[in-house]
Ligand binder design. Structure first.
Ligand code: GLU
Length: 481
């Protein structure tokens, strides 16, 4: 007996990997990892007109970013036609399949008539008992049971019965010799020893047909679970207009893959009311029992909030590494060294995405600070010149720039001038970063280091002196010393 759990992800490469597909991949991958089983990747590229190499590459890229690794594959259906043919022959030989030469026109008429009579447009079985051999243009149909019902024992939704009279002798091999989806999937799942299949409920109608094939081939039916679709906020199927793009678009927008994984899994599975999960926790806790029966509603704000949490939880070393391409996109070629890690430490609690973090990190790498005009006008005023000069001198002669050294040094200057921290912090902020929003003053100074701080403060002093020379005083002149 084979007790190893073997799951699979079989995308059709006709576009990028979207969020729903990624979630299906995650469920199967997590379940395999949870059970210590195996996860198989299979590319379902039998539809040559819709499958592209670029899409295959995009799927690999997305899986890699999400950290979904596979133990077997990737298999390509397009390279397995001989195996499908072999199984089709087995079904023909055992009388479970037959050739059909009904023309398209005949089938069309038959469908029209059925529709008019209010019935389902199913194949009427004309060729079922004819014992036809292979001829040019013939298709192969499965000889489906006519009576009774086929039960899908769904591990998420419970038993679902399909009336066999409603199902028809579906085609398993097209006239060009290619296998149809239902045949290829079943043959693959059998030959790859797949025993657990979690997929979108858009496939539910295929499942009874697939079960019939398993039975006709004398093979064990795997465990099936059909997951409800991911919907947009208006409860319609998730699409571009809901901001649903490729998984890798979220990578490019600065999301942490663990946040994406956490969010997508929680979108259809729960563990009490816990929202935040590390990857390891998901592997430990994921099970099929807690997959929800109702559709998950995609909520971008929630994803963003979770992303901020995952960024906060990550180590500086990791964040530095992940930030590099975002810095690079801003023309900053950094290394994941101690400096960048220290930079990241000051930003990780204030950045929701890596894009935000890179933007906020700009000033750490600039040769000279570019002032936000309004901020400079408001805060770099002659009134602050004396305290700024004193702080600059004190920092210059300080032995180390840590919080304990800096605090009393600032305090002294503030006391002398009767200033509150806010009065000195904002001008310092503008002097050091060009902006009015930044990490804490002491943290920043410690990271920037003496040389950069000294240069920036001197620049700010010069800027203020320039203003004073131009006759630009403080708004009311009251702070002029
Ligand atoms: N290739 C199918 C799809 O991308 C998946 C089939 C399956 O899970 O059985 O929807």
């Amino acid at each position: 007996m084979n007790h190893l759990t073997i799951t699979r992800f079989p995308p059709s490469p006709s576009g990028y990997l979207h969020l729903g597909g990624a979630r299906t991949a995650l469920f199967n991958w997590l379940y395999a990892r949870h059970c210590g089983g195996r996860f198989v990747l299979r590319i379902e590229d039998t539809d040559v007109s819709r499958s592209t190499r670029a899409s295959v590459e995009a799927i690999f890229e997305a899986l890699e970013w999400l950290g979904i690794d596979w133990d077997e594959g990737p298999y390509f259906q397009s390279r397995r036609f001989e195996i499908y043919r072999d199984y089709i022959n087995r079904l023909l030989e055992s009388g479970m399949a037959y050739y059909c030469t009904c023309t398209a026109e005949r089938l069309e008429k038959m469908r029209d008539a059925a529709m008019k009579a209010g019935g389902k447009p199913k194949y009427d079985g004309t060729c079922r008992e004819k014992g036809l051999g292979p001829t040019e243009g013939a298709v192969v149909r499965f000889k489906a049971p006519l009576a009774g019902s086929t039960i899908v024992g769904d591990c998420i939704r419970g038993n679902i019965a399909f009336d066999n009279a409603e199902l028809d002798d579906f085609i398993i091999q097209r006239s060009d010799g290619s296998p149809t989806y239902n045949l290829a999937v079943v043959v693959d799942d059998i030959t790859m020893n797949i025993n657990t299949i979690i997929r979108g409920d858009d496939h539910l109608n295929n499942t009874p047909k697939q079960i019939q094939l398993y039975e006709a081939l004398g093979c064990a039916v795997p465990v099936f679970g059909h997951v409800p679709m991911v919907l947009g906020h208006d409860k319609t199927r998730l699409s571009k207009r809901h901001g649903a793009m490729s998984v890798t678009a979220y990578r490019d927008m600065g999301y942490h893959p663990d946040a994406m994984v956490n969010y997508l899994v929680r979108l259809g599975w729960s563990y009490g009311d816990q929202e935040f999960f590390t990857r390891q926790e998901l592997i430990e806790k994921f099970n099929l029992e807690h997959i929800g029966r109702s559709a998950g509603i995609f909520n971008r704000e929630k994803l963003l909030a979770l992303n901020a949490e995952h960024i906060r939880a990550a180590s500086e070393e990791e964040l530095a590494r992940r930030l590099l391409p975002f810095l690079s996109a801003r023309g900053i070629e950094a290394k994941p060294d101690a400096y960048l890690q220290a930079v990241v430490a000051t930003l990780k609690n204030r950045s929701k995405t890596f894009v935000e973090m890179a933007e906020a990190a700009d000033f750490y790498f600039a040769d000279a600070v570019a002032y936000d005009e309004k901020a400079a006008r408001k805060f770099l005023k002659p009134g602050i010149l004396a305290p700024l000069k004193e702080i600059t001198a004190k920092l210059e002669s300080a032995s180390v720039l840590d919080q304990e050294t800096m605090e009393p040094l600032f305090q002294e200057v503030m006391d002398k001038h009767g200033l509150k921290l806010g009065k000195i912090a904002q001008p310092m902020r503008v002097a050091l970063t060009g902006k009015t929003v930044s990490p804490g003053i002491f943290e920043m100074i410690a990271v920037l280091g003496k040389e950069k701080v000294g240069r920036r403060l001197t620049d700010a002093i010069q800027y203020i002196e320039g203003r004073a020379l131009n006759g630009e005083g403080d708004a009311a002149g009251k702070n002029l010393s």
